[in-house]
Design a protein around this ligand. Structure first.
Ligand SMILES: [Mn+2]
Length: 438
């Protein structure tokens, strides 16, 4: 189906349409960029150096984020939702073509399992995309599965269930290896809904034993990332409940086992940036699942509620980067559930909001901050962070996109292209419930 702005063969957004959209915004952007450049130069900051870092910034998108999510109560499908990993890749290409900071996709198995992984790898490469962390799934039963995960997976009391869950993680590594990934991320739903239901220590011992078997199956250049979550689906206790259990498991398993921080998986008001600092210090920060939340694991768009918290996290990350902290190479991924927005628009927005936090953190006057910390000048230390946070770096982000062939205004350009309506005809609703809350 021919739709304005869409190339019929690949459904990619026409580069000419992006260029035309950019042309309309070029003069205003140039003026804003020059003004910001002058403002930053008064603080001794070269805007070109910052823009180069914006151009280098990358955050992966989750394959499962391209469909409309849902809640525990219902899911309201959007139009033209991708029905399989090949169509998800098409949507991820749109996100990257416009934002130019999301060239990697994180698959979730067995949802994204295919017969020919080489064909999938080539399909993604044709869109300029490669593969991020692979994610296993032992938090729900799959068709034809022999043993149920109703009472757990890697920590289950029954040996046969644990072996089945281990085998699934090992096949995820193999599929990821074929795609060119180098990280396996493991999150389990194991836990208890009732006091007394589970022996805390024995469950954790069984989990560690299972994870050791998975760790032993990692290729030498791979990392194993452990994701904790305070509650859900187990509402009384989860086996990997918090960053404490997480780092204990990572330390027990070995050097290439690291902790993953999902922003929504902590207790309310938790000081996440301090947890990040601790993980950095002990070389156990594997990476992030970025999202935002107000009450729990809400999986809302990154930076939509707590942009200052996200900035403070990046303040720790940039600090570690500048200090050349050993073992510091965290992986960035979005993990969101889009219930009321077009997932493509939310993922574009969110990737840029995370990039924005990174760029603002680069503007912190670290020498001044260290001085205020040394002198116990709490107010000026805080103001030093706020001064960077309050700078509107939008012209830097837009210029970085422009220079890499992306869109100055990605959302407006996406809407002008009419992509969603264009793919809707080829993608009748599958009627499935999918998933998104993990
Ligand atoms: Mn997550």
């Amino acid at each position: 189906m021919q739709v304005k702005g869409l190339q019929t063969m690949s459904k990619r957004i026409d580069a000419a349409l992006i260029a035309d959209s950019n042309r309309q915004r070029a003069t205003a952007l140039q003026q804003d960029y020059e003004a910001l450049g002058k403002q930053l130069s008064r603080s001794g900051i070269d805007i070109e150096r910052i823009t180069a870092q914006a151009e280098a910034f990358q955050i992966a998108v989750p394959s499962w984020g391209t469909g409309t999510g849902g809640t525990r109560f219902a899911r309201f499908p959007g139009i033209g939702e991708p029905r399989n990993i090949f169509e998800k890749i098409e949507d991820c290409a749109v996100i990257n073509d416009l934002s130019r900071c999301t060239a990697r996709v994180s698959p979730h198995f067995p949802w994204d399992k295919v017969d020919d992984f080489n064909a999938l790898k080539q399909h993604a490469a044709a869109f300029g995309l490669s593969w991020d962390a692979v994610n296993s799934n032992t938090f729900q039963n799959q068709p034809g599965q022999r043993h149920s995960y109703k009472y757990g997976s890697l920590s289950h009391t029954a040996e046969a269930v644990r072996q089945q869950a281990i085998a699934h993680n090992l096949e995820c590594i193999e599929w990821g290896r074929q795609l060119g990934s180098r990280i396996l991320t493991v999150w389990i739903g194991d836990g208890a809904n009732h006091p007394g239901q589970q022996h805390f220590q024995r469950a954790f011992e069984r989990y560690l034993e299972s994870m050791a078997a998975i760790y032993a199956g990692l290729p030498p250049d791979w990392e194993l990332h452990i994701e904790h979550k305070m509650f859900e689906p187990a509402f009384y206790a989860t086996v990997i409940q918090d960053w404490g259990s997480n780092i204990l498991a990572a330390m027990q398993l070995g050097e290439r086992a690291k902790s993953l921080v999902d922003l929504g998986h902590h207790a309310p008001n938790c000081n996440i940036e301090m947890i990040v600092s601790r993980l950095i210090q002990f070389e156990k920060l594997g990476g992030f699942h970025f999202n935002d939340s107000k009450y729990g694991d809400d999986d809302l768009d990154s930076g939509s509620l707590h942009p200052y918290q996200q900035f403070l996290i990046f303040n720790e990350l940039v600090d570690a980067e500048y200090r050349r902290q050993p073992g510091f190479a965290p992986n960035y991924l979005l993990d969101q559930s889009h219930n009321v927005t077009d997932p493509i628009e939310s993922l574009i927005n969110s990737a840029i909001e995370v990039q924005r936090s990174y760029i603002k953190a680069l503007l912190v006057d670290r020498e001044a901050l260290a001085g205020y910390q040394q002198d116990n000048d709490a107010l000026m230390a805080s103001n030093t962070l706020k001064a960077a946070f309050h700078v509107d770096v939008s012209p830097i982000l837009a210029t970085a996109r422009l220079r890499k062939g992306g869109a100055v205004d990605p959302i407006a350009t996406y809407r002008t292209a009419g992509y969603r309506a264009g793919v809707a005809a080829d993608r009748p609703s599958a009627g499935g419930t999918g998933s998104g809350i993990i």
